[in-house]
Design a protein around this ligand. Structure first.
Ligand code: 4NP
Length: 155
């Protein structure tokens, strides 16, 4: 990155559950903190490209005051490693894919929960095949990660 403004890309598998929620929670926390930042999300897979977030993800975001119905899924692309200063994976599988794709000098990679004290190396569990309540756990996890990531970027 040539500018000082941070640019963060959140990445999960489908870009319809966890990473759109991470993007939404991060937007909320950045706005609260007055942090000027570019934010987006993407998936390592392309199966859901062009689709809005899963309706259960839209619902949990709505319950927490955010409308994500306008988000559209997309796959990570090579240009993302130059466009973003930080690419933040939701789980270890996502991180491994990103590590293989990353060019030298590309965006810094991390796991979202690496930014939360005591949760280094932990995954944000995939709620896609589980019960609706799993999405509340996802929201709690991405909010903790977003809050601590915003704090780190403000320093
Ligand atoms: P996400 O959840 O990676 O959090 O968006 C998933 C969405 C779709 C699939 C898997 C996980 N899928 O296999 O279609």
């Amino acid at each position: 990155m040539t500018t000082d403004k941070p640019a963060i890309l959140f990445v999960c598998l489908g870009n319809i559950c966890r990473s759109p929620l991470a993007e939404a929670a991060f937007r909320l926390e950045a706005e609260r903190a007055g942090l000027d930042v570019e934010v987006d999300s993407a998936g390592t897979g392309a199966w859901h490209a062009g689709e809005p977030p899963d309706r259960r993800a839209q619902a949990v975001a709505r319950r927490n005051g955010v409308d994500i119905s306008g988000y559209r899924a997309r796959q990570v692309e090579p240009a993302d490693f130059a466009r973003f200063s930080h690419i933040v994976a939701l789980d270890g599988d996502n991180l491994a894919v990103l590590q293989r794709l990353r060019p030298r000098d590309g965006a810094a990679l991390s796991l979202l929960l690496d930014h939360v004290a005591g949760r280094m190396g932990e995954a944000v569990a995939d709620p896609y095949y589980g019960a609706e309540a799993g999405f509340d756990t996802t929201w709690t996890d991405v909010t903790m990660g977003a809050r601590d990531l915003v704090r780190a970027l403000m320093r």
